[in-house]
Design a protein around this ligand. Structure first.
Ligand code: SF4
Ligand code: SF4
Length: 74
């Protein structure tokens, strides 16, 4: 399984810190409000393919809205 992140869009407050923290600029802000009225962070399937699993995005998130799953090496 490749590296991937899961963003809980309903926990996200749209601060954008994760988007700034990603060294590969993979995270964007949605144009669709979540149920709390924030524009949450999102990542496209194409961008996900380039995720290195560095965890920077998850580390900076003040709302613990991101989980990172790292590729298992054989
Ligand atoms: S784990 Fe690293 S490379 Fe992947 S989206 Fe988060 S900051 Fe970007
Ligand atoms: S750092 Fe967390 S709360 Fe802020 S935009 Fe990213 S996922 Fe949302």
């Amino acid at each position: 399984m490749a590296n991937r992140i899961v963003i809980d869009e309903e926990l996200c407050k749209g601060c954008g810190l994760c988007a700034v923290a990603c060294p590969h600029d993979l995270i964007e802000m949605s144009i669709k409000l979540n149920k709390h009225g924030f524009l949450p962070a999102v990542i496209s399937a194409d961008a996900m393919l380039r995720c290195t699993g560095c965890t920077f995005c998850a580390q900076v998130c003040p709302d613990v809205a991101i989980e990172v799953y790292r590729e298992k090496k054989a």
